[in-house]
Design a protein around this ligand. Structure first.
Ligand code: 5GP
Ligand code: ZN
Length: 147
């Protein structure tokens, strides 16, 4: 994509501190980290949404992401790491080139995800919702998802 900042990083048109690169994916340091060491993993090919990323590329992102999380623990003495992914503006996606965040975590890092926990009105409501999602899931097969 012409004006995509992450495509420009892939092409070397703007600088980034790269941590890992292969034929399919690239990992680099986030410019404004949640915690120091915060890393992004992206497909080299432009995908606005994770929904269109082929399985082999998505698998590579997840696998390398986990290795980078372990590397953060070893190198930075982090206690754990978060994977984070925003798909869509409403979900908080700002850069419209799909990316996986790897955020190192320390026991005392004073960062709290705003994670709420709702309760379903009833079991029926929950089950109906599950059935609807499964039905929609069956309609889409691998690689057919539309952005
Ligand atoms: P999003 O909110 O879309 O999930 O996350 C976008 C991330 O990209 C943010 O964490 C932001 O700091 C990072 N980011 C935005 N522009 C650049 C850039 O030019 N270089 C790097 N390395 N990271 C960037
Ligand atoms: Zn792009």
């Amino acid at each position: 994509m012409n004006n995509c900042i992450f495509c420009k990083i892939v092409k070397g048109e703007i600088p980034a501190i790269k941590l890992y690169e292969d034929d399919l994916i690239l990992a680099f340091m986030d410019i404004a980290p949640i915690n120091f060491g915060h890393t992004l993993v992206i497909p080299k090919e432009h995908h606005t949404s994770t929904a269109t990323i082929p399985e082999n590329v998505a698998g590579r992102m997840f696998r390398v992401g986990a290795r980078l999380g372990v590397a953060q623990k070893r190198a930075l003495e982090a206690d754990g790491y978060n994977f984070h992914l925003s798909d869509g503006t409403v979900a908080g996606q700002v850069v419209m080139h799909a990316h996986l965040h790897i955020v190192p975590r320390w026991t005392d890092d004073s960062f709290h995800w705003n994670w709420r926990q709702l309760k379903y009105e009833s079991e029926e409501v929950r089950n109906e919702m599950a059935e609807k999602i499964v039905k929609a899931f069956k309609l889409s097969s691998e690689g057919e998802e539309k952005e």
